[in-house]
Write a new protein. Structure first.
Length: 220
């Protein structure tokens, strides 16, 4: 399995979207959907902000440049089956979401709309509560959270798509699944079509040989 930074981020955005859409149909008991929407939206945005940094320079993704450079050098010299700088130095850390926002704006000179920046910070705050402690919201606050998540998702996707080529396609293609039964049906259909084409080809050759015989071509 290989999950690139771009694919990973797009997958989390797709999950956030699906949970928000499902929430619209739930009258009671959707707290887990709301939690998943918060966590996956935060995760997707963070990864794709790092992807924008990576496009400028992979070094911008890391908290400290020097350890990354050393790990990069050692990786090039390594003869072992090591694929990334994290295999070389397990203490390497990428930047946080908040640091990624700052680096994109002030190191990459990419303006981040104020509304988007504030909504990302809000989602990140709720995400931290989910991840590290607890969340206690009344009905009005919960309704406000859902609205802010929807706005954050739409604004984040619009911003990210303007800086990441074909992101919409990656989001649309994410979360694709094929069950064993569907796979077997697909294979059977494919083999059936191949067999049909083979029979058609053999039938054409038989007809062609018969036509030659009728013309006397086969009697020399």
């Amino acid at each position: 399995m290989k999950f690139t930074l771009l694919e990973n981020g797009a997958d989390s955005l797709k999950s956030a979207y699906e949970n928000l859409e499902t929430l619209k149909e739930i009258a009671e008991g959707g707290e887990h959907r709301l939690k998943d929407a918060v966590i996956f939206l935060n995760h997707g945005v963070e990864l794709l902000l790092k992807y924008i940094l990576k496009q400028r320079s992979p070094a911008l993704m890391f908290e400290k440049i020097e350890p990354y450079l050393k790990a990069k050098q050692d990786l090039k010299k390594s003869k072992d089956n090591q694929k990334t700088v994290f295999d070389i130095d397990k203490n390497l850390r990428t930047v946080s979401l908040l640091e990624a926002l700052k680096r994109i704006e002030y190191l990459c000179d990419i303006e981040i709309p104020e509304n988007l920046n504030s909504s990302i910070l809000y989602v990140n705050k709720i995400r931290n509560n989910f991840m590290h402690y607890e969340v206690d919201l009344d009905d009005k606050e919960t309704e406000s959270l859902v609205t802010k998540l929807q706005v954050c998702y739409e604004e984040a996707v619009e911003f990210l798509e303007s800086h990441i080529e074909d992101l919409d396609d990656y989001i649309q293609d994410s979360r694709f699944e094929l069950t064993v039964e569907e796979y077997e049906e697909q294979q059977a259909e494919m083999h059936g079509e191949m067999y049909y084409e083979m029979l058609k080809e053999e039938g054409y050759r038989d007809w062609q040989e018969g036509a030659y015989d009728d013309l006397g071509e086969g009697k020399w």
